[in-house]
Structure formats: C-alpha cells, structure tokens
Write a protein that binds this ligand. Structure first.
Ligand code: UT7
Length: 329
C-alpha cells in the first residue's frame, strides 16, 4: 500500500451559450414549464450549436481553462480520459482529439463509456494511475453533447438533457487529502430501460435504424427513477458507514443531476439536509458525464482544504457508485 493519493488540484468546466428554456420546449413538444419544473426541477439547459462543434469542443474548452488556471504545461500530462456517451465519432477517441487540440504531446488517451456514472468511473481510473506512480499529472474529462442524441419529439426524454463538459487535474498528494475511496457498480440487466440502440455493431446505421429513431437515446423513466434512488442512496450510506462519515463531518454531497426529486430522496434517505447538497439541475438539466464536474466547478470557491465530499451518480447500464473525496486545496 502506498500513502500517495490522487488529489484533485484543479477544476474547470464549460457550458455553451445557447439556453433552451422550458418555454421554448413548449413550442416543440406537448409539454409545459409547470410539468417539467415540478417533475424534474429543470428550468433550462444549454445546447451546443454551430457547424463542426461536438463533444470534443466541450471537453477542449474545459481542459484549456483548466490548464490555464492551474498553470499546467500540457506536455506534462501523462494521461487524459474522457468519459462520454456522445463521442465525436466511433473512433478515434474523443480524448485523443481533446489532447491534440490542447497540446498534450506526451499523453496517452482513451474514452470511457459509463453513461451518467462516467465521471465517477473515469475519476477512479485516473486516480489509480497516480496512486501507482505511473503518472504525476492526469486529466479526467466528463463531457456530453446530449442534444446530438435527443429525439425532440419524445417529450418524456428530450426535456431532461443538456450539453456541457468539465475537467479535473489529478496530482499525487501525501498530506492525507485526495480521492479516499470508490464504490462502483454495473448491472447489465438495466440495459433494457436506458439505451441508444443504433450506430453500434448490433444495429449499424441503415435507413431502417434511422426511420425507427434508433440513433436517439431512449429512457423508460419510471424503473430508472426507482433504481436511481435505490442505487445512489444505498451506495452513499455504504460509503458513510464504511468510513464513519456523517451528515455533520461531510461538507457536501455532489449528486448526479438527473431529477431534483431523485436528489431530494437520496439526501433524505442518507439523512443529509439539502443545504449540504449541490444542485444546479435547474440551469443545466442532465448533462450525463458532465454533471459532477459542473457542480464542483460552480462550488469551487466554497470548498475548503480537508472538506469531505461524497460524489454519487446513477446512469445507463445500469452503472452507479460513490466516491469519497477529501478536497485538497
Ligand atoms: O441520468 C440517467 C438516469 N436517469 C434518471 O435518473 C431519470 C429517471 N426518471 C425520471 O426522472 C422520471 O421518471 C421522468 C422525469 C423521466 C418522468 O417523470 P415521472 O414522474 O416518472 O412521469 P411518468 O413517466 O410516469 O409520466 C407521468 C405522466 C404521463 O402521462 P399519463 O400517462 O399519466 O397521462 C406522461 O405521458 O406525465 C406525462 N409526461 C409528460 N407530460 C408533460 C411525460 N413527459 C411529459 C412532459 N410534459 N415532458
């Protein structure tokens, strides 16, 4: 066992300028602001518009800002992981495109696909490369252009998602702060409730797959809702019991932003007051792999060295988990 932990030493994020409001969605599908706000907590979400702008652009903007604010030379980065379910292309990996455009000549890169838990899975993976001593600087990106796989005639799903990207820098720490523990889960039985069927090797693109709308994300909301509450509350409580964490000694819960009612249920089941729970779903909706870094970015100025944070997410797969972080700066 090593005493070296991976610490988050910088955070930056990016959301596109275009704001898609509930009022605008009312003109596109049979919905209304009151339904969306009361059932989900979402008021608006950001959409990336512009020819040639894809998920790599969201990640690139976040990474550029991160390198600048931490004064990091891109050539020092050994590894860049991008968590996403909306890669620019099937290959090359989006992480590779981001690294190229940000001058990371010495990094190896890969994408990680774990839907809304992508950032948790990628953060844990990146941390292992630091803890092992293999690299001194690793960047973990969570970015998704969810608007690229939305069916804007499916009112049950299109109102939920938005576009965004965030990135953290990981470096070795020996002062007791950093990524302390991860509990991660996958259950392929959930594949039937949340998926994008078309475009892979199972259903390559054909006229038929396009006509059947198989290149859009599909969600069966009710079962996913129940599984999300059970999955996140269970894993948060397990993490707290395992490390004697309490609502008093944890500064913040950082939950995936899929539905305000899910967040409130998870907080209540783990006995956390909502004042200690990061919530920005009203502004951004569900940005899939970007929700957690978008929260950390917005709360960065309120975080103090040594603060206990519990990050948690649930998503397609199913995938879910929790990470205990001691904030390092
Ligand atoms: O991030 C990945 C993981 N995803 C999640 O965690 C999301 C989990 N699921 C959810 O958040 C919720 O299930 C939804 C927000 C997707 C849906 O909320 P719900 O309270 O479960 O509603 P529902 O699907 O049971 O639908 C209730 C009613 C239906 O009408 P009837 O059958 O009762 O007449 C729907 O047709 O609401 C209707 N409905 C809408 N009405 C207005 C569904 N979508 C809309 C809409 N506007 N956009």
């Amino acid at each position: 066992m090593t005493n070296t932990r991976a610490a988050i030493t910088g955070i930056h994020a990016y959301v596109p300028d275009y704001v898609l409001t509930n009022a605008e969605l009312e003109k596109m599908v049979d919905t209304n602001d009151e339904w969306i706000a009361t059932r989900t907590g979402i008021r608006e979400r950001r959409i990336l518009k512009g020819e040639g702008l894809a998920t790599s652009y969201l990640g690139e903007q976040a990474v550029k800002g991160l390198l600048e604010k931490t004064g990091t030379d891109p050539e020092e980065i050994g590894l860049l992981i991008c968590a996403t379910v909306t890669p620019d292309m099937m290959f090359p990996d989006t992480a590779n495109l981001i690294a190229h455009r940000t001058g990371m000549k010495n990094a190896f890169t890969f994408d990680l696909s774990a839907a809304c838990s992508g950032f948790l899975f990628a953060l844990t993976t990146g941390a292992k490369y630091i803890e092992s001593g293999m690299y001194k600087k690793v960047i973990v990106v969570g970015a998704d252009k969810m608007s690229s796989i939305m069916d804007y005639t499916d009112r049950a799903t299109c109102i939920l998602f938005g576009d965004g990207g965030g990135a953290v820098l990981l470096e070795p720490s020996t002062d007791g702060n950093g990524i302390m523990d991860s509990i991660l889960h996958s259950d392929g039985a959930g594949a039937e409730n949340l998926y994008q069927r078309g475009g892979g090797s199972l259903r390559p693109a054909t006229h038929e797959t396009v006509d059947a709308k198989e290149h859009f994300a599909f969600q069966n909301g009710r079962p996913v809702y129940k599984a999300a509450v059970a999955g996140m509350s269970g894993v948060v409580k397990e993490m707290m019991q395992k490390h004697s964490l309490t609502a008093e000694n944890v500064a913040w819960v950082v939950p995936h932003q899929a539905n305000l009612r899910i967040i409130e249920s998870v907080a209540s089941m783990a006995d956390f007051p909502m004042e200690k729970v990061m919530v920005n779903i009203h502004k951004y909706g569900n940005t899939t792999a970007a929700t957690l870094p978008l929260c950390l970015w917005e709360w960065e100025n309120q975080l103090k060295k040594g603060d206990n944070l519990i990050l948690t997410a649930f998503g397609g797969g199913y995938t879910w988990g929790a990470i205990w972080v001691k904030w390092a700066y």
